[in-house]
Design a protein around this ligand. Structure first.
Ligand SMILES: *Cc1c(COP(=O)(O)O)cnc(C)c1O
Length: 395
């Protein structure tokens, strides 16, 4: 039985066939450089980019002028945080972020610490959420940026974005939001929340890899960013380099599809996710991680105590999932997100992230439940630690 089940949609998604179909002519026919406006090839490419920019902007209720295309969310995050620091460090060098951000944010912050930045890492509670009073109290006269994510990639926990943005706006500090997991899954409006900068990516929403965007608010005072790349002056001199036209067109198509499907898809996936989670939580010594009420509809992060999720995944080679461990310089480290939420190392290593997506079926979830139950029972039976637990010798 070679059934392959993909439950790792928070890592990346399949390209939607509709997206691929829209991209193909931009490889084969409209292959001009979008900056070569003196001939038809270039004009066609530029037209494709313009439409995509409108569609990507629409998905978050931004104007097309506020969208800068990058190679992905990682680059958009680098452009936002380094761009602000390099431009505003004469005003202040303090940045506020949290302990559960994606590594792209944390690694940029650590890098900037070496360049003279001072960074406050806000802690989170057991539900994976920061305390808004602590955020408010952490903002200083020399704070230039608050970087807090929209939805967590490991747990799906959604932050109180509107409240964060109110706090930063009141204190006149720039707010950058890594919205890579939230965009396309839940309704987002930069009109409602006064976010200044927001990063997201096509490949998490059924678009191609290697293309992302940074939203830069154009209202009120103009945000000045120092570019990372210098060259041909593309993207308003913010991001030099010939535009990735097929990628951008694919991003636009993915944004349009997401906008159309978001609500129905969210409801369908929540139902499947809840079913999956309820069934796994019937197994003894299991618990789910992250706020139940403020969570993306497609993710479940579950700790299955007294086993190693890497072992479980090796047993279930046909089901793509993610563990609560991350590979760092050759060794398996427990997830920094789960540790920040108060799990101990063993429980972090015993955690599993299941992320559903557009192409996940009910049958696949039923099969996953059945196989997970079987292998969990098998692995525990083999485990000396489980034996000790069953004898009541450990807790
Ligand atoms: C995937 C992801 C990123 C990185 O996005 P890329 O486009 O792969 O660079 C950043 N932040 C979050 C929350 C993510 O899920």
């Amino acid at each position: 039985m070679a059934t392959s089940i993909y439950l790792d949609n928070n890592a990346t998604t399949a390209v939607d066939p509709k997206v691929l179909e829209e991209m193909i002519p931009y490889f084969s026919e409209h292959y001009g450089n979008a900056a070569s406006l003196n001939h038809r090839f270039g004009k066609n490419a530029a037209e494709g980019v313009n439409i995509a920019r409108l569609r990507v902007g629409n998905l978050i209720e931004a104007s097309e002028k506020e969208i800068t295309f990058t190679s992905g969310a990682t680059e958009a995050i680098n452009l936002a945080i380094k761009g602000v620091f390099n431009r505003y460090q004469s005003i202040g060098k303090h940045i506020i972020t949290s302990t559960v951000e994606h590594r792209a944010v944390l690694d940029v912050c650590r890098y900037l610490e070496k360049k003279g930045a001072e960074v406050t890492y806000l802690p989170v509670n057991r539900n994976g959420q920061i305390n808004l009073n602590e955020l408010n109290a952490a903002i200083r006269k020399d704070t230039i940026l608050v970087a807090l994510m929209y939805a967590n990639n490991e747990t799906g926990v959604i932050s109180p974005i509107n409240k964060i943005a109110e706090i930063t706006a009141a204190k006149q500090v720039l707010y950058f939001c890594d919205a890579t997991q939230a965009v396309g899954k839940i309704p987002i409006s930069v009109q409602e929340a006064p976010i200044d900068l927001m990063a997201f990516s096509a490949h998490k929403i059924y678009g191609p890899k290697g293309i992302g965007a940074l939203y830069i608010k154009r209202k009120n005072r103009r945000i000045q960013l120092e570019p990372l790349l210098h060259g041909g002056g593309q993207e308003n001199h913010l991001r030099a380099g010939t535009l990735n036209v097929p990628g951008i067109v694919g991003f636009g198509a993915a944004a349009l599809e997401a906008q159309k499907k978001m609500l129905a898809e969210g409801l369908r996936l929540k139902e499947l996710r809840d079913f999956l989670e309820e069934e796994i939580l019937k197994i003894e010594e299991t618990f789910s991680n992250g706020s139940i009420s403020d969570r993306l509809p497609n993710v479940s992060n579950i700790t299955i105590r007294f086993l190693k999720s890497e072992q479980l995944m090796a047993k279930l080679g046909n089901i793509a999932m993610a563990s609560g461990s991350a590979c760092s310089t050759g060794s398996l480290e427990p997830s920094h997100v789960l540790l920040a939420m108060g799990l101990d190392k063993d429980d972090a290593h015993a955690s599993l992230r299941l992320s559903l997506g557009r192409f996940t079926t009910k049958e696949e979830i039923a099969t996953t439940i059945q196989l997970l139950k079987k292998e969990i029972a098998y692995l525990r039976k083999q485990s000396p630690i489980w034996e000790l637990y069953e004898k009541g010798m450990i807790k």
